[in-house]
Write a protein that binds this ligand. Structure first.
Ligand code: PMP
Length: 431
């Protein structure tokens, strides 16, 4: 038999706990198909509409027919041929950002990507020039940012979390220490609205201060915002809408508000980039160069479907998601009430949880280390799943915290799931 490859001879990221995280969690849910899952952070499927796809595609086709004065060959080419690297629905995305987020950007500064995850990868790839370049991120953080950073060999310097998201005093100290030791912090990754995993929301004051810190210390803010539209419209504005200098790269996803299976996301990257001879291009143009060597272009068919959904809703995904928004809010209320009625009365505070104002997630603190082996025990004996928090630190150190996701569940599943979880926690607390 031919000798195999040594894992140690392949890219470092393949040996990291992050690359095991998704496999492990998917594998557990496959082995316990009847378990109620507070682990999967997926959109609600109750409003999925397969026929809607044809409808959206037709709407976008008619839109192109108008644009191309009835030239059917040009319309077919746009949807069926290899396409523009930066995408074909950038104008509709710019309109959506104006309507829903009060963000005004030149459509040319938008790169349409294969999900937000590709946008994150492209941005980090562009920013990581050499060993001095590092990323800043609050810990715990979305698994995908750990994964993308590892793929481009970019270390993450952890910043402390605070009640509303990120501890900005700690951010300043981390940046100053990094610079003093010769490192170059290129960007700070943040999910200001209903973060994954912690559900926190950054205050307006913190958003403004973060922008000032980034400008003063010359790093970019990577604002990842898949959940913001699902919250209260009177909440704080996006950091991007406060940014007049291209300091913020805004990472968008249509997975939670459009159609997850379309795999369409985008980056808004309007920071100017100076060339060696004094000419300028945008950061978006640099991301497009990398994209042209990675995924070439985002499927125009998938973009057309998302484009049709935007057109049919006057560019507003808030309007397109009124039923989904109500479902997510009501699930969150039910979770908080359900935790209160099961764990609230004993006064011992051995089980506690945070109270996000929206999004898909909350954190539950329990009196034991909520680690992978216990998840397995819980799945087997109690048929309920959750995510151990260490996955969001990209390490294997057990912590007493679980991430609970409630976005895709029906009310009776939430009740039953919380009963099962309470049974498990009672059992573990007696051990
Ligand atoms: N950012 C965050 C914070 C997420 O939670 C997710 C998905 N769970 C993504 C990005 C990925 O988005 P997409 O599916 O568009 O790649």
């Amino acid at each position: 038999m031919a000798a195999g490859l040594e894992l140690a001879s392949l890219h470092d990221s393949l040996e990291s706990p992050v690359s095991e995280s998704m496999n492990f969690l998917n594998e557990v849910s496959h082995r316990y198909p009847d378990a109620i899952s507070f682990a999967a952070g997926r959109p609600f499927e109750g409003f999925f509409d397969l026929d809607g796809i044809h409808h959206y595609l037709e709407t976008y086709r008619r839109h192109l027919m108008d644009r191309y004065g009835g030239d059917e060959a040009a319309v077919s080419r746009t949807i069926l041929q290899y396409g523009r690297t930066k995408g074909i629905i950038h104008d509709l995305i710019a309109a959506h950002l104006r309507v829903d987020e009060n963000i005004t950007v030149d459509p040319e500064s938008i790169v349409v990507t294969v999900g937000c995850q590709e946008a994150l990868y492209l941005t980090l790839r562009a920013l990581r020039r050499n060993d001095r370049d590092v990323l800043l991120s609050v810990m715990p953080s979305y698994v995908g940012v750990h994964g993308a950073a590892q793929l481009v060999d970019m270390p993450i310097l952890p910043v402390r979390e605070s009640g509303d998201g990120i501890d900005l005093d700690d951010l300043v100290s981390v940046v100053e220490r990094a610079k003093a030791s010769g490192l170059r912090p290129r960007a700070c990754y943040v999910v200001p609205d209903f973060a994954n995993p912690s559900g926190t929301r950054l205050s307006l004051e913190s958003r403004k201060r973060m922008l000032r810190i980034a400008a003063e210390h010359d790093f970019l803010i990577l604002e990842d915002n898949p959940y913001g539209l699902l919250g209260d419209p009177s909440g704080p504005p996006t950091i991007k809408s406060l940014d007049g200098a291209g300091q913020v790269v805004y990472l968008g996803s249509f997975a939670k508000t459009g159609i997850p299976g379309a795999r369409v996301g985008y980056a808004v990257a309007d920071r100017l980039v100076r060339g060696p001879h004094g000419g300028t291009e945008s950061l978006a143009d640099q991301l497009a160069k990398i994209k042209s060597m990675l995924t070439v272009n985002t499927s125009p068919i998938a973009q057309a479907v998302i484009g049709g959904k935007l057109l049919e809703n006057d560019h507003s995904l808030r309007a397109a998601n009124t039923l989904e928004i109500e479902t997510y809010r009501s699930n969150l209320r039910q979770m908080l009430d359900g935790l209160g009625s099961r764990f609230g009365g004993d006064g011992s505070a051995r089980v506690s949880w945070n109270t996000p104002a929206g999004g898909f997630f909350l954190l539950l603190t329990v009196p034991f280390a909520a680690e992978d082996d216990l998840l397995e025990v819980c799945a087997q004996r109690h048929q309920v799943l959750w995510t151990p928090l260490h996955h969001f630190y990209a390490d294997s150190t057990p912590r007493n915290v679980m991430r609970l996701s409630f976005s895709h569940l029906l009310p009776h599943e939430i009740e039953e799931g919380l009963d099962r979880l309470a049974g498990f926690i009672r059992e573990q607390s007696q051990d």
